[in-house]
Design a protein around this ligand. Structure first.
Ligand code: ADP
Ligand code: MG
Length: 334
């Protein structure tokens, strides 16, 4: 079983079957007794809509494990859902953000073991993403992968199945959505929730102006700050792009900094091969063009950016003998 434990989404891959689960990393908790009322999609629907005694939260929010008990609860749920009715205990490969600390790694492994894993291996997300995106990570060639998730952007240069250098910034998809919320409040006096901000980003957001001048328009509903009443406001794609300029610049700077630190031979490889974008954030329109312009290096978006990490864990699982070196940590046999 391969798992991408992401800050926004968790995916599970089963050998021979492919991706069998893809759910938001959200848990709804009953505040009275701390039990999970819903996990995944059902819990995400509750974000921003819960009554006083229910709390919907994202345990991995900022790329670190903000709440390890709840992360454990969520991971166990997902593993059980996939493994239901099976007698054997699975070997589990988990992709985790590289910023996760040793203690947090241990917590993830414990959670997987408690949920029934026979053995647990952890793999750094950029490595898994690169494998999943089809990059030739086993070759002595430099590859650059940028994984833009919900909470973190990870920029990594890989060669010979290893990370040569990497940088992780806590600015990614969530931060882009937050910028939109703040902009709507400041300029349109409209208060919107996290989900609406994400919808705006996905529907009309972009990182670089498109060739056709046809600026998309969207009707946004929220709470008017001055009257305190619900109101609909019409917004344009161009203003949304500008509202995200700051977090986009942070992402671009992280890429530039990593390129500057890259040894020359590997840098030459990257110029030849281009940069690969993965993670849900890679789906933002024009992000490849922006990064391409800012770095002068051709930038590609992976075929299925949201699935790269889990596909990578799946490939590692199915090719253990060749790819066994990629693990950053392995559980002791229990
Ligand atoms: P993580 O690995 O942290 O779980 P994902 O790779 O699943 O994150 O990406 C989630 C992020 O991608 C969210 O911030 C989400 O808003 C963003 N995202 C998903 N689809 C799109 C899209 N079409 N355009 C822009 N951003 C998107
Ligand atoms: Mg991810």
């Amino acid at each position: 079983m391969g798992i991408d434990l992401g800050t926004a989404n968790t995916l599970v891959y089963v050998s021979g079957k492919g991706i069998v689960l893809q759910e938001p990393s959200v848990v709804a908790i009953d505040k009275h007794d701390g039990t999970a009322l819903a996990v995944g999609e059902d819990a995400k629907k509750m974000l921003g809509r819960t009554p006083g005694d229910v709390m919907a939260l994202r345990p991995l929010r900022d790329g670190v494990i903000a709440d390890s008990d709840i992360t454990e609860m969520m991971l166990s749920q997902f593993i059980r859902r996939v493994n239901e009715g099976k007698m054997f205990r699975p070997i589990i490969v988990i992709g985790i953000p590289s910023g996760v600390t040793g203690v947090e790694r241990r917590a993830v492994m414990d959670a997987a073991e408690k949920a029934g894993a026979k053995e647990v291996y952890l793999i750094e997300e950029p490595v898994a993403a690169a494998i999943g995106a089809g990059l030739p990570v086993a070759e002595p060639t430099g590859n650059m992968i940028i994984d833009i998730g919900g909470g973190t952007t990870e920029v990594a240069v890989l060669s010979l199945q290893g990370t040569v250098l990497s940088e992780s910034v806590r600015v990614a998809g969530d931060e882009l959505s937050d910028s939109i919320s703040q902009y709507m409040k400041k300029v349109h006096n409209l208060v919107i929730g996290e989900r609406t901000a994400e919808d705006i980003k996905i529907q009309v957001g972009s990182a670089y102006p498109t060739e056709d001048d046809d600026d998309p328009i969207m009707e946004v509903r929220g709470l008017h700050l001055l009257s305190g009443l619900p109101r609909t406001v019409s917004i344009k794609g161009g203003e949304i792009r500008e509202s995200m300029a700051e977090p986009l610049a942070v992402i671009v700077d992280a890429v530039k900094r990593t390129l500057e630190r890259t040894p020359p031979e590997l840098a030459a490889d990257i110029i030849d091969r281009g940069i690969m974008l993965a993670g849900g954030g890679a789906l933002l329109r024009g992000l490849d063009t922006l990064i391409g312009h800012e770095t002068g290096i051709v930038t590609h978006v992976a075929a299925d950016p949201l699935s790269c990490v889990v596909l990578g864990t799946g490939r590692v699982l199915e090719n253990f003998s060749q790819l066994g070196r990629v693990f950053s940590r392995r559980s002791r046999k229990v």
